[in-house]
Each structure stands twice: as C-alpha cells, then as structure tokens.
Design a protein around this ligand. Structure first.
Ligand SMILES: NC(=O)C1=CN([C@@H]2O[C@H](COP(=O)(O)OP(=O)(O)OC[C@H]3O[C@@H](n4cnc5c(N)ncnc54)[C@H](O)[C@@H]3O)[C@@H](O)[C@H]2O)C=CC1
Ligand SMILES: O=C1O[C@@H]([C@H](O)CO)[C@H](O)[C@H]1O
Length: 308
C-alpha cells in the first residue's frame, strides 16, 4: 500500500522534537518535503514557502503545520485549496473565527483535517476518561506551570498578539479537561498577569464551571522554573483522580494506574492516518473557545517585564 506522502510546514522546535521522529517511526507516512523559514530538514526537499512546496516539490497527499499560530490560517487554507489533508498543531489558529472557518473549509474540500490537541493523547487520558464516566464529580484543580525559556527559547511570537503567552501550554490542560468532562465548561472569571513589555500573559488564574456548577480552577505559570508541574486533580464522591506529567501518569486514590505505552505524537499520527482512511475529520474548537473566553473576561494586571 502506498504511504501517505507528507509535507511539513515550520521545521522548528516541535517539528524537530516530536513530529519528524513520530513520522519517521510510522511506515504509513513518508515525509517528502518541508517548507520552513529557519534551518532546513535533512533528508527531504526543502522550500522557503508552502507555495513553492506545492508548486515545485514532489507530490504530497497531506500537510502537517508546525508554524506559530499567527499566519497559520492562510497557510492551511492554501493547503486545503490544493486538496490536501491537514494536521494542524495547537492552537489551530490565532483566532477562534479563523479556526471556525477552517472547520467549514475542511468539510467543503472533502479532505481530512485534524486539530492536533497533543495532550489528549497522553498515556493516562483514556483510562482517566473511562474511570470518570461513572463517577460523580465535585471539583477540578488544574496546575499547568513550566519554564518558557526551556520550551520556547527565543520565540518572540509567543508574546505577541495571537501568540497566547502562558495559554500556549495552558490550552493543553483545557484540551484534556474538555475531553474528560461530559458537559461544556464556561469561564466565570480570569486574572491575566501580563509583563509590561509583552502583549500576552505570563501567568493566569481561571475559574470555570459547567451546567451542574462544577468548580473548576486553573493556575497557569510560564515562569515556573526548570521542573514542570502539569497536573489535574479531579475530586469525585467515589474517590480522587490525579493526572501528572501532562497526563502521562494516572493515579486513583493515590494508587498509580497502568496506562498506555504509546507516546503522544505517535498516537496523534496514528489518529491522523485513521481519519484519512475513514474520510473523516477531528476538529474540536472547545479548548480554543475557553482561551478566547479567558481573554474576553480576564482582568489584566501588568507585572515586571519579561526577558528571555
Ligand atoms: N515548543 C514546544 O514545546 C511545543 C510547541 N507546540 C506548538 O507548535 C507550534 C510551533 O511551536 P514551536 O515549534 O515551539 O515554534 P518555533 O518558533 O520553534 O518553530 C516555528 C517554525 O515555523 C517556521 N515558520 C514560521 N512562519 C513560517 C511560514 N510562513 N512558512 C514556513 N515556515 C514558517 C519558523 O521558521 C520556525 O522554524 C506552536 O503552535 C506551539 O504551540 C506544540 C507542542 C510543544
Ligand atoms: O504545547 C505545548 O507543550 C508545552 C511543552 O512542550 C510540554 O509538552 C509547550 O510549552 C507548549 O507549546
């Protein structure tokens, strides 16, 4: 069977750390070309723009987008217009409106599209979702804290409008809880702490709830220091569920559970290949909606300037 010929746009940190290794480890895909504005990718044809890749490069069936969210909308539209399946890194776009338009355009083009909420594929997530399905939820506590200097070194885009700041990792926690919980969440209040020389927050406190008044609170911090804290604690009548290390570790009442051995991005690409086979798409907007609503409702406090 012919492999899915894949182009990739934006050969930066996540493409090098995760996407290319996952693609190379999956024989269903063949990476044939890259369009990037930074260092080239070895072993494939490189182009300076998606347009050049589509016009002058080898034939591709699908394209993975690993560029910053600003400007990504036009790039994905270009791929859709060329009839390509698309895998889009999180957040899917710089605005909710753009992401909503992509959902429509994927459907109109009759191709497969995936908004790759990678944290939903962490090893403990499906087991957590199965356990919670029959439990009575009382409260959810999210702590999502990491060092931007470690995970986004020198990336000015993350502090610019559309770059989301601390919500760039924080949206991963939103993607997990919106996958685990049965009812939609609503933002009740948010406090955004914005460095005086930045356009997006470095820390945030968010209070959310659902139609049954579940108490959901999130603390995000992008200046947390070297050891990450990516944890979600869900208190139920029947017991306490805890996800740690971004969802890689699942504990129930303090007892560590056996979870999947598959990495996030291996699972992301396995899901993408299945969507293409099924002529289907998976384009969830809920995590981005919660970020948008946090910005709508958020009170702003200026804090000391941030220097990389
Ligand atoms: N850094 C991380 O740990 C993770 C990042 N992500 C997401 O992946 C996306 C990219 O993040 P990073 O890889 O960290 O950023 P990055 O800044 O390291 O890489 C972005 C790449 O896109 C290229 N680029 C920008 N505009 C382009 C264009 N018009 N055409 C072609 N190439 C273009 C740049 O040259 C650069 O190589 C973001 O949406 C981020 O939220 C997801 C998971 C983890
Ligand atoms: O999506 C993201 O994940 C974190 C970090 O890579 C943990 O996986 C990063 O800050 C954010 O872009």
């Amino acid at each position: 069977m012919q492999p899915i010929r894949l182009g990739l746009v934006g050969y930066g940190k996540i493409a090098q750390d995760q996407h290319v290794p996952a693609i190379l480890a999956n024989p269903v895909f063949q990476l044939v070309s890259v369009a990037t504005q930074g260092q080239p990718c070895a072993g494939v044809e490189n182009f300076r723009s998606l347009g050049e890749l589509l016009e002058n490069g080898p034939q591709v069936d699908a394209i993975a987008f690993c560029t910053p969210p600003q400007g990504r909308f036009a790039l994905v539209q270009q791929a859709l217009a060329a009839g390509k399946h698309v895998l889009v890194e999180k957040p899917p776009c710089a605005t909710l409106g753009e992401a909503m338009a992509l959902v429509d355009q994927v459907r109109e083009q009759g191709v497969s599209g995936l908004f790759a909420w990678h944290s939903r594929y962490a090893p403990g997530i499906e087991a957590a979702r199965d356990w919670l399905a029959s439990r009575t939820l009382q409260s959810v506590k999210i702590d999502w804290k990491e060092d931007v200097r470690k995970w986004h070194p020198g990336q000015a885009w993350i502090w610019q409008p559309g770059g989301l700041g601390v919500f760039d990792p924080g949206i991963n926690a939103f993607s997990i809880v919106t996958h685990l919980l049965a009812l939609p969440l609503f933002v009740e209040s948010a406090e955004l702490r914005v460095p005086s020389n930045c356009q997006s927050p470095i820390a945030a406190s968010i209070k959310m709830s659902d139609a049954q008044h579940l108490d959901v609170r999130a603390e995000f911090d992008f200046d947390h220091g070297h050891d990450e804290l990516w944890s979600i604690e869900i208190r139920c009548t029947e017991g306490l569920l805890r996800l740690d290390n971004g969802g890689a570790v699942l504990s129930i009442d303090g007892v560590r559970q056996t979870v999947s051995q598959e990495g996030e991005y291996a699972a992301v690409y396995r899901h993408f290949q299945q969507l293409i086979a099924d002529q289907a798409s998976d384009l969830d907007l809920q995590p981005l909606r919660l970020v948008a609503d946090s910005f709508f409702l958020g009170s702003r406090t200026l804090v000391e300037p941030f220097y990389d």
